[in-house]
Ligand binder design. Structure first.
Ligand code: ACM
Ligand code: ZN
Length: 550
């Protein structure tokens, strides 16, 4: 027994290590079966089917290089012909990536045996998700930069079959209220990719700063990208008197779009209109009803000063801007905002009132003529973007009045907007403040939290979101997915930004990815503590480490 005991302990430890490695996969895969044994991966050969495109092969070879480096023994990468035949012949060792067109675009399977690991996917996204899963089964050192040859470099034998529940797995970032460098945006995309998110909603314009270079309106990146100071904390009467600004050149935008694409993420730009346009109006005052002067806002909130919907020059501006935006972002959607557009200026403006008469718009028991004027703006922009091959998304205010077919609604004021949209045949994305606003505090104990919006969204709250609750089964296909929003009024440093994002992003990822019935908050919290916090630490992210809410 004395000799047997250490062996038994080692065996039990190895068993635990295997079980733990599989527990570390977030979001939880659709099907996961643990088998006996493990595959040693130090110095393993990585083979990729040449039928995959160059970007997919690059992702696999980058993984092989990193695994080789961190585990201290080179992993050779190759993309040879005849992989399927060699596998069928039972001769193939190593980690093998096979092109399998029978799988859906975001699905993958992974079979690990003591002699090889075989991934099957039909393209980039499936392969990226398999790679993300493989990394989560390895020591957390794989996320760092230092050689860690002493770690236990094995994969537990298992069979995984996985695919996402929702097609739209989004995360938003407000670059207007505070500006984030390209490097910071890339770190944001990296952590999104780690947890299999696939849409980056980039809020690029707002009252407090315009952040995208537009060649046909150069003053946007000379004047509109600056504001003369910022309110301090929650004091709306204050100003720190520090000139604040920044913008992305078109080359930088292309760099981010490409970086995201290599990680399976589509960038969805937002040009918020016709409200939230004060910064643009500061440079081009003719865009407003009164002609200004205007200045980019130094406080947060909703400005009454919005684009004039009565002047053709406003539409010339929007079409020029959106043409450049459509060229820069290859995705099928452009977000056109539409939220929080007060109508006080339009009620007084001769041009807006003339437009209302020209269009024959009338108020009714539910909506004002000015509301129908906003519908006209939305529809006109929607039609224009259709000529560029793009579809529009708008915040749920676009449902007020009369929404033209084909628009997608992002439901932020609760989930009612999504329900209404789906019931009327519109696609919708859930991003309710109650569960998905990551600018809200992470805990009820506001004194222990950094500055944020005056609301609370705990980890448990986001985890509890039931995306199809209240949606009729025959309308469920209209719910494209779920997204969280990170507005940055109160967030000015990358450390604070990451803290607000993490670990809530991981809870969001499970809501977006996990098949119905697979979420379990107890398991999730254990997984965070045992696996994901070490991973986030290794990857150098700042995150909220307490798993309590008070
Ligand atoms: C929003 O939070 N105003 C969409
Ligand atoms: Zn007007």
């Amino acid at each position: 027994m004395k000799q047997f005991l250490p062996t038994l302990v080692l065996f039990l430890l190895a068993l635990c290590a295997r079980a733990n490695a599989l527990d570390g996969i977030v979001p939880r895969p659709m099907q996961i079966e643990q088998h006996k044994g493990s595959l040693h991966v130090r110095g393993i050969t990585v083979r990729c089917d040449p039928a995959f495109d160059a970007r997919t092969r690059d992702a696999v070879s980058t993984f092989a290089a990193k695994l080789g480096y961190i585990s201290g023994k080179t992993c050779t990468f190759s993309a040879p012909l005849g992989l399927k035949q060699a596998l069928a012949g039972g001769k193939l060792k190593g980690i093998v990536f096979l092109h399998d067109t029978s799988l859906e675009p975001e699905a993958y399977t992974l079979l690990v045996t003591p002699s090889n690991a075989v991934v099957r996917a039909c393209g980039l996204n499936g392969v990226l998700y398999a790679l993300a899963t493989l990394r989560q089964m390895l020591p957390a050192a794989i996320y760092g930069d230092s050689i860690a040859e002493k770690e236990h470099w094995t994969l537990p034998c298992c069979a995984i079959s996985d695919k996402p529940r929702f097609a739209w797995r989004g995360m938003h970032l407000d670059s207007s209220r505070h500006f984030w460098s390209v490097e910071e945006v890339k770190r944001y995309l990296d952590v999104m990719a780690m947890y299999k998110l696939n849409r980056f909603h980039w809020h690029l314009t707002d009252d407090q700063g315009w952040r995208i270079e537009i060649l046909s309106y150069p003053l946007l990146s000379q004047i509109s990208c600056w504001r003369e100071g910022t309110m301090v904390g929650r004091d709306f009467s204050s100003n720190d008197h520090i000139r604040y600004g920044g913008f992305y050149t078109q080359d930088e935008i292309r760099e981010v779009v490409d970086y995201a694409a290599a990680r399976g993420i589509t960038v969805v730009p937002e040009v918020d209109l016709p409200g939230h346009m004060l910064a643009a109006m500061a440079a081009y005052p003719e865009l407003g009803c009164t002609g200004g002067p205007y200045a980019a806002w130094t406080i947060w909130g909703v400005s009454d000063q919005v684009l004039c919907a009565g002047k053709e020059s406003t539409f010339r501006f929007l079409e020029a801007v959106l043409s450049e935006v459509a060229d820069l972002f290859p995705g099928e959607y452009i977000h056109i905002g539409g939220d929080e557009c007060p109508k006080t200026e339009w009620e007084k403006c001769p041009d807006c009132q003339a437009k209302i008469r020209e269009l024959g718009l009338h108020g009714d028991a539910h909506f004002s003529a000015e509301q129908y004027l906003q519908n006209y703006v939305t529809k006109r922009i929607q039609d224009f973007l259709a000529t560029k091959g793009k579809k529009v998304i708008g915040w749920d205010e676009i449902l007020e009045g009369e929404l033209a077919p084909g628009a997608t609604v992002m439901s932020w004021r609760g989930t009612a907007g999504a329900k209404q949209a789906a019931a009327h045949g519109f696609d919708a994305i859930l991003a309710p403040t109650s569960h998905c606003y990551f600018d809200y505090l992470q805990s009820e104990d506001s004194a222990s939290e950094p500055l944020g919006f005056n609301g609370v969204v705990t980890l448990e709250k986001i985890y509890s979101l039931d995306p199809l609750e209240g949606i009729a089964p025959e309308q469920a296909h209209h719910i494209l997915g779920v997204q969280a929003n990170l507005w940055t009024e109160y967030i000015s440093t990358p450390e604070h930004l990451e803290y607000m994002l993490l670990p809530r992003l991981l809870a969001l990822a499970e809501v977006q990815w996990c098949q119905e019935g697979l979420r379990d908050i107890g398991r999730f919290r254990r997984t965070l503590a045992e696996h994901e916090f070490p991973v986030l630490r290794q990857a150098g992210y700042n995150f909220r480490e307490q798993l309590t809410n008070f």
